[in-house]
Design a protein around this ligand. Structure first.
Ligand code: EPU
Length: 302
């Protein structure tokens, strides 16, 4: 979607918003799939309510992009504009055991930054790609760590109230790959409370997790991480593997040879290829195990 309303175009600079016309989502997602649209890069987070009011007033649909690492986007000209927070100069501010982190900050960099200041706990999250905001929304987790365990406060744009609010830990529920945030809430910043730990101990934890991840996941291929959530008490990857579906493909969308719950773009996969692969694998798992796998990957495919 291309913005053409002169009222909106002229308001953007005052709001600290940069418009990238015809931005390719294939270039901004880890699956390297997706069409193009105008992308609005928000430099001043506080202007978000005004920007959204402007878009809503003009009837312009929008979606909010984090790091694009857990996302499958449709091809062609996209029927909505995309909003994204730009990186802030100071992404993390430490105060004792508290870390105040901007939502656009890279999760891995944040873990490392805190580690260097002897703040640990998040070692397991080191290889999880994406932004802190994206990790919060999904309650990202790996190797026994979930980001939600360390959250004390979250600053969000609450779509229902059309304003920026700060939620306390007890007002948010963090479950396995699920949170109580509304789908259109936008994460802006978080306060984490992290345990003190010597840097070299944290580094050792990071090294172990990196090793495990490297040996079991296709890190150098284009993917969105795990496609399906694990069903209660089970493992989507193991079931897909047991069905001998590693290497199974639709066009260039392919079940990874390394980890069966990672689907990779092995070349020029289209969104339709990836959706067909997801549907077929889900069908086969259901036929054999009677389990309906739920997507972990977020779909912008309508
Ligand atoms: N397994 C297989 N074949 C495979 C893949 C896995 O037999 O192709 C078996 C493994 O041998 C193991 C079990 O399945 O016994 C579980 O595998 P793994 O330890 O790789 O963990 P996972 O449950 O598949 C989860 C998260 C990952 C996270 C890892 C490490 C989900 C959906 N996935 O994977 O998160 O990195 O644990 O903690 O919860 C993601 O969220 O995108 C993601 C990759």
């Amino acid at each position: 979607m291309r913005l053409s309303d002169p009222r909106i175009l002229s308001a953007l600079p005052e709001l600290g918003v940069e418009r990238i016309a015809g931005a390719s989502l294939a270039e901004r997602t880890s699956l390297h799939i997706g069409g193009s649209t105008d992308l609005l890069l928000i430099r001043r987070h506080s202007s978000l309510p005004e920007l959204i009011a402007l878009l809503r007033g003009a009837g312009i649909p929008y979606k909010f992009l984090g790091g694009g690492t857990n996302l499958l986007v449709r091809d062609g000209e996209l029927p909505w504009v995309v909003l994204q927070l730009s990186h802030q100069e100071e992404e993390v501010r430490l105060e004792g055991n508290s870390a105040y982190v901007d939502a656009a900050a890279d999760l891995g960099r944040t873990v490392t930054f805190c580690a260097k200041h002897d703040l640990g706990g998040m070692e397991g999250l080191i290889g999880v790609p994406g932004t802190v905001g994206g990790a919060l929304r999904m309650n990202a987790g790996a190797y026994g760590t979930q980001i939600g365990s360390y959250v004390r406060e979250v600053e969000i744009y609450r779509a229902a109230d059309a304003r920026i609010e700060t939620l306390r830990q007890k007002e948010i529920s963090f479950e396995y790959r699920h949170t109580s945030f509304a789908p259109d809430d936008i994460m802006l910043a978080v306060k984490l409370e992290l345990p003190s730990k010597p840097y070299r101990e944290i580094l050792e934890g990071i090294r172990v997790c990196n090793e495990k991840r490297r040996s079991s996941q296709p890190l150098n291929q284009k993917s969105a991480g795990c496609i399906f959530k694990n069903p209660p008490g089970g493992s989507a990857g193991r079931m897909i593997d047991e069905l001998r579906l590693k290497g199974f493909s639709v066009g260039d969308a392919r079940v990874s040879d390394r980890h069966a719950n990672f689907f990779v773009n092995a070349g020029q996969a289209s969104c339709a290829d990836m959706l067909a692969l997801i549907a077929e694998v889900r069908r086969r798992v259901h036929a054999t195990y009677g389990i309906e796998l739920e997507n972990e990957v977020i779909l912008w495919t309508q």
